[in-house]
Design a protein around this ligand. Sequence first.
Ligand code: UT7
Length: 319
Amino acid sequence: MPASRIAGTGRYLPARVLTNDELALRVATSDEWIRTRTGIRQRHIAAPEEMTSDLALHAARQAIAAAGMSAADVDLVIVATATPDMVFPATACILQDKLGIGGGAAFDIAAVCSGFVYGLAVADKMVSSGAARNALVVGAEIYSRILDWNDRGTCVLFGDGAGAAVVVPAAEPGILTSHLHADGSHRGILCVPGQVRDGRVSGSPFVHMDGSAVFKFAVKVLADAAHEALNAVHMAPDDVDWVIPHQANIRIMDATMKRLQLPHERLIVTVGEHGNTSAASIPMALDIAVRDGRIEPGDHVLLLGVGGGFTWGSILLRW
Ligand code: UT7
C-alpha cells in the first residue's frame, strides 16, 4: 500500500524571551500563578521586523536539511497558521518564494492549534497517493501580535515560533493513521472575531477565550482522538512510546494522559519554555524530541491536536 513518512524536522524560536516575571510588571499576575495554572515559565516573542513566513523559513530549512534534501525537492508547501503575513496571498506562497522554489501547490490551513495535525494528514494523503512528490508542512505563528497585552487571561498563555516536517513517500508507513474533526458550534469559546472590512479592522483583532470551557473541551476530545487513532490500527495506549499533544497547558496534557492511563514520562512537554504556540507547538515538540534522541527509530508517536474552530485530530506515527 502506498505510504508516507516524515524524513526530517526543524524548528525556530525568535531570540527574545519574555519571562513570567516581566509579564507581572505589565498585568496583575505572578510567576507562581502562571506556572501552577499552566506550566508556562517563559515564551519567545518575534522581533518587529520578523514575519510568520520568516519563522517558517528557518524551521523549513532545518527540516529540509534534516531530510537530506534541497528545497527544489519540495513540490507541496503547507503552512498551518492563524497569524498569516497578510490576508492573502497565503503564507505558504510567500514561504515557497523565500525558499526559492515555485510551481508546486502551496496553501495555508486555518485550523488554529490543530493546524499542524491537519496539514500533516493532508500531506500524507497527497504524498502517498502520488499527487505530490515531497511535502513541507510547517506550523508557524506570531500570536504576540493578536494578544491584548492588558488581558491577563490570555496574554500570559501564548508565544511565537515555528516547527516543520518534510513528508516523503515510503515503502513502510511512517504515518500510520490520521483522524480530523471539527465542530463549528463551539467557535465562540476561542476566537479572534475581527475582520478586515471597508478599509479597517471591524470587531476585536485580539484572542478571546473562555478558558475553562476550552479546558474541558480539550481534555475530552484529545482523549477521544487518541482512542480513535489507536483503535484504527488495533493498538492499545500502552503501545505508544511518546505522546505529543498540543502544548496549551500542562494540566490539559496531564489530564489527557490520565484518561489514557499512560505515565507522565511518555509525554513530550515544551509548554514551559515556549508557552502555547498554536500550530507550531506540536512540530516544535516533535523536533526537540527527535534531535535530543528521546524518539528513536521504531517508536510509536501519537500527535494530538485541538484548537479554535473547534478543531481536533490525531496522527499516529511509527518513527
Ligand atoms: O490552544 C488552546 C487555547 N487555550 C487553552 O488551551 C486554554 C485552556 N484553559 C486554560 O488553560 C485555563 O482555563 C486557564 C489557564 C486559562 C485558566 O486557568 P483556570 O484554573 O481555569 O482559572 P480560571 O479561569 O478559573 O480563573 C481563576 C482566577 C480568576 O479570578 P477569580 O474570578 O476567581 O477572582 C481569574 O480572573 O484566576 C484569575 N486569573 C488570573 N490571575 C492571575 C486569570 N488569569 C490570571 C492571571 N494571573 N494571568
